[in-house]
Design a protein around this ligand. Structure first.
Ligand SMILES: Nc1ncnc2c1ncn2[C@@H]1O[C@H](COP(=O)(O)OP(=O)(O)OP(=O)(O)O)[C@@H](O)[C@H]1O
Ligand SMILES: [Mg+2]
Ligand SMILES: [Zn+2]
Length: 541
């Protein structure tokens, strides 16, 4: 009969157990010193060894050669416990036996000495599911336990165990298992099973479990069922709905280059390959989490569940972003993941979310913005401590401003083309190119045409992002020829570019002005003015 790998390879001794060192050591010492408590709580993430350790502890206590931290594994007690048939080790699934009657029965049972062994061990799985009456019954037992009784309450939700119970038990917390240890354990299991696998396979499976050994081993079962005795990472990723680092990296690359179009392609590729967009969003959030952790820890770390090689790649990518950028992207991917859970239009949501990230990447840290406003220092966008290199002409401030329609009426003109008209057409060109930041900046600039030279005067904050090249290219498109571009910093009180400029929404303005953050800012900078208020929500749609 086929036995699932998780059960077949359930550790029978402390030595076989991976991770949980603190639990192991404490219990081993307690057994050696014969200081056995009557109640234990094993709390922690699912599939990390709670039930396993409970059984090992039962063996340690009841082995013929015991109590010993190294049970023999051969005596009747040891073999029966492994098979789950020991009279004196009673496993109760609280999920199905949660009521008062079961607990009363248990109390009766507790009073009798063990049938054969030293201890009567009650392993209560899913202990948090016990009803409160049943807990009360259990409490009576724990208050005056017969010397031979040991309770082990296993739970993933220890906060649901009443304090009265918890305070009479020793608590152990089970942590998710270290990536490297899990990989070695699975490598060993594959060896036992005579299965070969390429280098990435173990990493994929270890990640699939999200720290739960059982889940990783179940994924391994699934992989064997699907691929046979030779496992391939690519196939297993598809099977488990996971994504390679390279495919996630595409998103990071598009962010670095501010390439909105590439983002849309990424989504199109996912769809045409029949990949789940929900899974992608989930993996993307995890990916940015990993990038952020790599950025912060700046060296190989057990906090990131990935092989050394993958960690190196992640670190390389992370170095192209600032910590703030990564934090923001993580937040956005988490929102995206949440949205996609319930979305009826996952593609639309994913596209919008990814585009939003491209825009968010263009936000400038507040310090830089302030520095450039006050004119102190040279707040170059790439000089701000490892910020991402922005594409040419890219923006200081991302705003989802309402696009001004390209066909908007130009300024009154004189033939052949007045500068006002040129300004409007430049504006329209950048709107069309979805470079809203430059378009916004144009709204706040004046332009004077003098011969073959175009002099653009703009508030200092924008000068950083007005790249001559971008204007030359745009002018070439509009006029069919290039002009010399001169960009000057200065107060430019520009006329509105187009009649269709965003309308003010009085209510929104009022709300924005009464925002505590805004008020605080105004207190800090008494000379500051609020120039425009934009309703981002409305414009995002
Ligand atoms: N620390 C570990 N070392 C080695 N194998 C482990 C470990 N934890 C779990 N496993 C494997 O996972 C399987 C399930 O573990 P176990 O039943 O002990 O998890 P659990 O913590 O009780 O989970 P749950 O909360 O879902 O009941 C075991 O049979 C074993 O194969
Ligand atoms: Mg369990
Ligand atoms: Zn034994």
């Amino acid at each position: 009969m086929y036995q699932v790998i998780a059960r077949k390879y359930r550790p029978q001794t402390f030595a076989e157990l991976i991770g949980q060192e603190h639990v192991k050591t404490t219990l081993e010492n307690a057994i050696t010193q014969q200081r056995i408590a009557h109640g234990y709580i094993f709390a922690g993430q699912r599939g990390t060894g709670k039930t396993t350790v409970a059984r090992i502890l039962a063996r340690c206590l009841n082995c013929e050669l015991g109590p010993t931290p190294t049970p023999c594994g051969k005596c009747a007690s040891c073999t029966e416990i492994a098979a789950g048939s020991s009279m004196d080790v009673i496993e109760i699934d609280a999920a199905s036996n949660r009521g008062i009657n079961e607990m009363r029965e248990l109390r009766e049972n507790v009073r009798f000495r063990p049938a054969r062994d030293r201890y009567k061990v009650f392993i209560v799985d899913e202990a948090h599911q016990i009803t409160s009456e049943a807990f009360n019954a259990l409490l009576k037992t724990l208050e005056e336990p017969p010397e031979w009784v040991v309770f082990i309450l296993c739970t993933t939700e220890s906060h649901k165990i009443p304090q009265t119970i918890a305070s009479r038990c020793q608590q152990f917390s089970f942590r998710s298992v270290d990536f490297g240890q899990l990989v070695s354990r699975m490598e060993w299991i594959l060896g036992q099973e005579g299965i070969t696998a390429d280098t990435d396979v173990l990493s994929v499976l270890a990640q699939a479990g999200e720290g739960s050994v059982r889940d990783s081993l179940s994924a391994l079962d699934q992989a064997i069922a699907c691929c046979g005795t030779n496992l391939e990472a690519a196939e297993i990723r598809t099977l488990l709905g996971m994504f390679s680092l390279d495919s996630l990296n595409e998103v990071a690359k598009a962010l670095v280059t501010g390439d909105s179009h590439r983002m849309l392609e990424v989504v199109a590729e996912l769809e045409s390959n029949g990949r789940s967009l929900q899974h992608f969003a989930r993996e993307l959030a995890r990916y940015f989490r990993n990038l952020l952790v790599m950025k912060i820890s700046a060296k190989e770390t057990s906090l990131v569940a990935a092989s050394a090689n993958e960690q190196k790649k992640l670190a390389e990518t992370a170095s192209q972003f600032s910590e703030e950028d990564l934090t923001r992207h993580l937040q956005l991917t988490l929102d995206l993941f949440k949205d996609l859970q319930t979305s009826l239009q996952p593609r639309l949501h994913l596209e919008m979310g990814l585009l939003r990230m491209v825009h968010a990447g263009r936000l400038v840290p507040i310090e830089e913005a302030i520095a450039s406003l006050s004119g102190s220092g040279s707040p170059s966008p790439s000089g701000g401590g490892g910020r991402i290199p922005r594409p040419a002409g890219d923006p200081p401030i991302a705003r989802f401003s309402a696009p001004v329609p390209p066909q908007a009426p130009p300024q009154p003109t004189a033939a052949p083309m007045a500068t006002g008209d040129l300004r409007a057409r430049l504006h329209a060109t950048f709107v069309e190119a979805k470079q809203m930041h430059i378009a916004d900046a144009i709204e706040n600039s004046t332009m004077i045409e003098s011969g073959s030279e175009l002099i653009i005067t703009t508030p200092k904050i924008y000068t950083l992002y007005f790249k001559e090249a971008a204007f030359e290219a745009a002018l070439k498109k509009i006029l069919g020829r290039t002009m010399k571009i001169t960009i000057k910093a200065g107060e430019a009180s520009a006329a509105p570019v187009a009649a269709a400029a965003p309308k003010r929404d009085d209510e929104v303005t009022e709300r924005a002005l009464s925002n505590p953050e805004v008020k605080r800012f105004q207190e800090l900078f008494p000379d500051s003015q609020v120039r425009t208020v934009r309703n981002l929500r409305e414009n995002e749609r």
